[in-house]
Design a protein around this ligand. Structure first.
Ligand SMILES: Cc1ncc(COP(=O)(O)O)c(C=O)c1O
Length: 478
């Protein structure tokens, strides 16, 4: 139900009574957005707590709490006799949305970030030219110049609650996952997540299905805990469940990348997902879903996450901000079935340290205000055209030495080598020519290895990619 605020129908806030989010934080969040997007100007007066409570049919204490929250965050100020106003010293720049601010940023600031380009196809890079550096910097500064006491005295090892709430909403909207914020754990990225899973639910000697080829980092982290990796081959539909059953039907867990198999890029279709869930139910096993870059799908809608199909609370979901936002942030998240939460809490408290809180409130705000979704949509357009440019540039060489395998998703593509050439030797040759590809064979645990080159395109301009593709084709001719 929306109601006018400040007597002007252009500015509205409302309360969703079915929402899990407390009323006071719904109100504070909406006022924050109105301030950030400039619809509530500095010094404009907010309605009295009594008037707004009446309008929204909530207790006056709810409004008082919302205003106090905004006060502690520096959005509003109070002066005796003149009620609550939007803070005067809010920097003008804060009133522009990140997208606008970025567009208005002077050229020189953007150019000062230019540097010698990284060697083409290096993995793990994202685009920095279109990153919202200014908006992000302002958000960080705002939280830490005047930090709310709840942040200074924070102690929950699962992370900053507003961020966990924002992640739960993001997963509902983008991945079809219904979970509570209490099920979300903020991690320091994939490695930290796999390590935590290992400590919380696996034991030395447990056997875990791992995709073959697959993600070597995950294989390494699980093995460190004494877990035995059972390689299960991957076909055009992802992990072959029937092969897994043949190899080790009673394994404790399976590690999968269903949205975009790493590194082949194939998507696991619905029938295979259900087959995997059936196996997990039969074996009493856990499925670890690594959903590392699923927001980047360029054609059609992504299949919802495997976790969204899970009726038996067998799936542990892992996501990361490394691809969709920034790999240097070192933040990711897990979604855990409720029954396992206490084991994760114990494991988190007993080992190492939870990730830093520095970026968590800013990221929560960035997500809650809708700017994270805008950023992803924008980057998706940019990466789609980079991908298309790279494929077009590699087309002339297709058939002679390689076949391009590029499902319309993710941040890299695979060239499957067609000749007798070994990919490791080729990667070395290319490195001497200034090209940084990864070998497909390096992603296998077993002996039988297909040969190919993995090319990451996210961190390179279309012009850089075209030039690198030409160089790569020349090298292959020699
Ligand atoms: C398959 C896969 N899973 C997970 C991750 C998560 O990485 P991070 O530790 O940066 O969160 C990555 C990053 O490259 C990846 O390639």
């Amino acid at each position: 139900m929306n109601r006018p605020l400040l007597g002007t129908s252009a500015i509205e806030i409302g309360i969703d009574r079915d929402d899990r989010e407390p009323f006071q934080s719904q109100i504070a969040r909406q006022i924050r957005v109105l301030v950030l997007n400039g619809r509530l100007k500095p010094q404009s007066r907010l309605p009295s707590t009594r008037a707004l409570a009446e309008e929204l049919s909530v207790a006056r204490a709810t409004i008082v709490e919302a205003y106090e929250q905004l006060l502690s965050e520096g959005y509003v100020e109070t002066r005796s006799g003149s009620g609550t106003r939007v803070a005067a010293e809010l920097p003008e720049a804060l009133l522009t949305s990140p997208v606008q601010a970025r567009a208005e940023q002077p050229k020189s600031a953007a150019q000062s970030r230019r540097r010698e380009p990284a060697r083409p196809f290096r993995s793990g890079l994202v685009d920095w030219e279109d990153f919202p550096h200014d908006a992000w910097g302002r958000l960080l500064g705002r939280f830490w110049r005047n930090p709310p006491i709840a942040l200074l005295e924070h102690y929950d090892v699962f992370g900053w609650l507003p961020l966990r709430l924002a992640i739960a909403r993001h997963l509902f909207e983008w991945r079809g996952i219904t979970c509570e914020d209490s099920q979300v754990i903020v991690t320091a990225g994939g490695m930290d997540a796999f390590d935590l899973i290992s400590r919380a639910v696996l034991q030395a000697g447990d056997r875990v299905w791992m995709e073959e080829p697959g993600y070597p980092t995950a294989r390494r982290i699980f093995s460190q805990g004494g877990v035995m990796a059972v390689p299960v081959p991957v076909d055009g539909e992802g992990l072959m469940v029937a092969e897994g059953r043949r190899a080790d039907a009673a394994a404790r867990a399976a590690f999968v990348t269903p949205a975009r198999q790493y590194p082949t890029g194939v998507t696991m279709p619905l029938a295979r997902r259900l087959e995997l869930l059936d196996w997990a139910a039969d074996a009493g096993a856990i499925i670890i879903e690594d959903d590392y870059d699923s927001e980047y799908r360029y054609v059609g809608r992504p299949l919802p996450a495997l976790m969204s199909l899970d009726q038996q609370a067998r799936v542990i979901y892992s996501g990361t901000f490394s691809k969709v936002f920034s790999p240097i942030l070192r933040l990711g998240y897990l979604v855990i079935p409720r029954a396992l939460l206490s084991r994760f809490r114990e494991a988190r408290a007993a080992h190492g340290a939870p990730p830093s809180l520095i970026a968590q409130p800013a990221l929560a705000e960035f997500m809650a205000a809708g700017d994270f979704a805008i950023h992803i949509r924008r980057m998706r357009r940019i990466y789609a055209s980079r991908r298309a440019a790279l494929i077009a540039a590699l087309k002339p060489g297709e058939g002679r030495h390689y076949v391009i395998s590029a499902p319309p998703a993710g941040l890299m593509l695979l060239l499957r080598l067609t000749g007798q050439r070994g990919d490791d030797a080729l990667v070395e040759r290319l490195a001497q020519a200034g090209i940084e590809a990864q070998s497909l064979s390096g992603h296998y645990a077993g002996k039988s290895r297909q040969q190919g080159l993995l090319l990451s395109f996210a961190g390179f301009t279309e012009a850089d990619l075209k030039q690198a593709a030409r160089r790569l084709m020349e090298e292959l001719e020699e």
